[in-house]
Design a protein around this ligand. Structure first.
Ligand code: FEH
Ligand code: ZN
Ligand code: ZN
Length: 336
């Protein structure tokens, strides 16, 4: 595989936002590192939160946190990967040594904040990436195309981790608010746990897709006669006050609300109701290496089918604008 000396990529700085750099050196991997040729990288709302809404993950790095690639070169002391392996990056990029990383919770590794792939540390909006910690890579199944793999590293991994944290059972009555990219994948995942799934979404197309993915009901809003406290677990993929209030009203006593979306920086909680009915609010962030391995199992078996569209990486600025205006469905992935 001939590796160029320089490449192009999209670099984020607090001063200039996201800009194209056509002369980024392609480094050689050092001890314990590997060089990844980027095959596909997904575009996410979190990118918009960084570029336009002040989410501070750091300064001066190549963005792109939903990464699938092929190992192009390995440095000394890297023995768990070989040139030609197809791998996906586990975004939170845990340090590997702390109690969280050793406890299968590397997604909340405190040392990795600001070191996430494409969100503080260099990511996949370029042709080649030096991976400092190859432990944070997962093999992509042979039958999973790179675009689907890239999208799965967040649009499937994030809802999968949230659902796993909520410990669904076949007796679970689940409410999913927002059946866009992550919500649509959540429907498919929740059905693998045997749960009864009700979806709320304003868009006809999203409700139709949710029913196609196995939702038991897909509604624009809950009927007036719906009993307050009808659901064991409410996943809010929008997380604005109005959707959170719906979740709190219709969550069972001792039920769980998981505000997965980042629609509002803060939410108001009816604390008396929360206490009287012992409602749990569960934070959930991205996912772990184990989760991503399990996600690839589901995707490889065709049980979860993420909705993905592809474009050339050079077209990224065009699709950033489209995403801002919600002008497309599904996940955009880019190929350098
Ligand atoms: C979410 C919020 C902030 C940073 C990163 C994330 C991940 O789910 C990537 O989208
Ligand atoms: Zn993302
Ligand atoms: Zn750690």
């Amino acid at each position: 595989m001939s590796i160029p000396a320089t490449q192009y990529g999209f670099v984020y700085t607090k001063a200039s936002g996201l800009t194209l750099n056509k002369n980024i050196p392609v480094q050689q991997p050092g001890i314990g590192q590997l060089l990844l040729k980027i095959d596909a990288v997904g575009l996410c709302h979190s990118d918009l939160h960084v570029i336009y809404e002040g989410l501070d993950c750091g300064d001066n790095y190549v963005m792109g946190h939903e990464i699938a690639g092929t190992v192009a070169d390995v440095g000394p002391e890297v023995d768990d990967w070989s040139v030609g392996d197809r791998v996906a990056a586990v975004g939170p990029n845990g340090c590997g040594n702390c109690s969280f990383c050793r406890g299968d919770a590397e997604n909340v590794c405190k040392r990795a904040f600001g070191d996430w792939f494409g969100l503080g540390n260099d990511g996949g909006y370029q042709q080649y990436l030096i991976v400092q910690r190859p432990r944070n890579l997962v093999k992509i199944p042979d039958n999973v195309p790179s675009g689907i793999a890239a999208a799965s590293t967040d649009a499937v991994l994030t809802p999968y981790h949230a659902i796993k944290m909520a410990k669904l059972t076949p007796a679970s009555k689940v409410l999913i608010v927002g059946a866009g990219g992550l919500g649509a994948n959540a429907v498919q995942i929740a059905k693998t746990f045997g749960a009864h799934v009700t979806v709320l979404d304003k868009k006809d197309k999203a409700r139709a897709e949710a029913l196609k993915f196995g939702a038991d009901a897909a509604l624009e809003s809950l009927p007036a006669h719906t009993e307050a406290g009808s659901f064991d677990v409410c996943f809010d993929f929008v997380s604005v006050q109005a959707t959170f209030d719906i979740c709190q009203k219709y969550c069972q006593p001792r039920g769980i609300i998981v505000p997965v979306g980042l629609g509002a920086p803060k939410l108001t909680i009816d604390v008396a109701d929360l206490d009287l009915r012992e409602i749990k609010i569960l934070g959930s962030f991205w996912g772990t290496t184990t989760d991503l391995e399990e996600v690839f199992e589901l995707v490889s078996k065709g049980i979860v089918k993420p909705n993905v569209r592809s474009a050339k990486l050079e077209e990224l600025p065009v699709y950033l604008e489209k995403l801002k205006k919600n002008e497309y469905e599904g996940r955009m992935v880019f190929h350098p």
